[in-house]
Design a protein around this ligand. Structure first.
Ligand code: MD6
Ligand code: FE
Length: 216
């Protein structure tokens, strides 16, 4: 028995096992939210947000920027990772150091102690924007997890199984929530329902989702 036994906070609620290898760490990203939002703005100023084209020729509603040695590119020919931003013809900006630190610590907290990201995808959702069910499977090294940080407006995240047609669970992802998944869940289907209108004191009228990956 010690002092902390009486505290009303249920720590299990801060850490939710979503599936084998997949964990939700609620609020874990709030520690450096102001610093990470500033770093996101710095990246966006060098690699502007864009609506990407899907291989099927559709324009995605969300807008995307990237940083790290490899950037994910979606275009009519397919998805790929590329060292050069095809729009600026420059290398992607480096992942800001505070963002690397965040991703390394979050992965370790979730049980992936060797994770170091080399690629980062920044998605901006305005109210009404959504992301259809998909798998993240373009990374060469599928042993590494993906670390996801949500900032700004909340969203409903759909998390399914290894088949597109499978049942999905719903999670509300709010400012500072972190999802880390790898292992048996690395290829789970997932998506985001349309973001509701709102205002967040730090991020304004938008949701930012940052995913850190190890591509090489
Ligand atoms: C989002 N996230 O939360 C979209 N992918 O806006 C993703 O697509 C995602 O959160 C792989 C791993 C974690 C993610
Ligand atoms: Fe994804």
């Amino acid at each position: 028995m010690d002092l902390f036994d009486d505290l009303p906070i249920a720590t299990e609620d801060l850490r939710t096992a979503m599936a084998p290898g997949a964990v939700l760490l609620r609020g874990w990203g709030r520690a450096d939210d102001v610093g990470i939002l500033a770093a996101v703005e710095a990246v966006i100023s060098q690699a502007p947000l864009r609506h990407m084209q899907t291989p099927g020729g559709h324009t995605m509603s969300i807008q995307t920027s990237r940083c790290g040695s490899m950037g994910w590119v979606s275009e009519p020919g397919g998805y790929r990772y590329a060292a050069i931003n095809p729009h600026t013809r420059q290398p992607w900006p480096a992942i800001p150091p505070n963002m690397v630190d965040f991703a390394v610590l979050a992965a370790a907290e979730a049980g992936y102690p060797d994770f170091v990201p080399d690629s980062c995808l920044i998605n901006q959702y305005l109210p009404g924007n959504k992301l259809g069910l998909h798998q993240d499977r373009d990374e060469r090294d599928l042993r590494a997890p993906v670390v996801s940080l949500s900032l700004g407006l909340p969203a409903t995240f759909l998390f399914g199984g290894l088949q597109r047609s499978g049942k999905t669970q719903r999670y509300r992802l709010a400012h500072g929530d972190v999802v880390v998944w790898g292992g048996p869940s690395r290829l789970a289907f997932h998506g985001v329902l349309p973001v509701a209108d709102g205002h967040h004191p730090l991020a304004g009228g938008r949701r930012i989702n940052i995913t850190f990956r190890k591509v090489g």
